[in-house]
Design a binder for this molecule. Sequence first.
Ligand code: 13P
Length: 251
Amino acid sequence: MRRKIVAGNWKMNKTLSKGKQLVEEILSSTDASSDVLKIIAPPFIHLAAIADMVRLRTDFAVAAQDCHHINAGAYTGEVSAEMIASTGAEFVIIGHSERRLNAVESNELLAQKVNIALVNNLSPIFCIGENSEERNANIHLEAVRKQIKEGLFHLSAADFSRVIIAYEPVWAIGTGLTATSHQAQGVQNFIRTEINKKYGKEISENCSILYGGSCNAQNAQELFSCIDIDGGLIGGASLKSPDFLAIINSF
Ligand code: 13P
């Protein structure tokens, strides 16, 4: 059975004290026996503290927002997958569109990051999604296929089954323009079909595919009710506990 997941990507937001306060509010308002996995992705510098806070809750986990593609060395300012795992984090977001764009990350580099994450026992949350030009030219499915093929399809079946996919259309991120549930379901069904062709039915059915892009307390319920949408990767709405809690409660 694939897991229901709500992940909060804080991006470059929250001081340590404000981040801890937010997590405290979310912890105290959620039921530890719930089957929804909550993943918190704070900035690197808060990882260890937040991982400590959720350590006793099996319905919570922590993710980094990126990792370097090499384990150690003279790379000033970078953070390796090994270091991330040593904080207690279990996941790492790889290939977020803001990094693909701002840090010019290629599919080839992202494939290396996926590999090093898996070697260090981190599950990648691998982000894919078309930009507005690709959507308008009706080549969005091709764009998404290329990203999963080049970023993930070199993996063995055993390794691929540890990956979570986040479909985040670039035009919907931080814009208030959410994909309709019909659009998101359409692409996510296409992604699952591609996984089925490559790895077979069991692995494709067990792969959690999240939607991200202006997902909020108002639209989460409709999105999460779609058959191929297993939860959300949430940006802006993960920064306030009432909004994040409402999204968690949308299943
Ligand atoms: P928003 O929810 O702010 O649109 O961001 C989505 C996102 O990029 C999550 O990774």
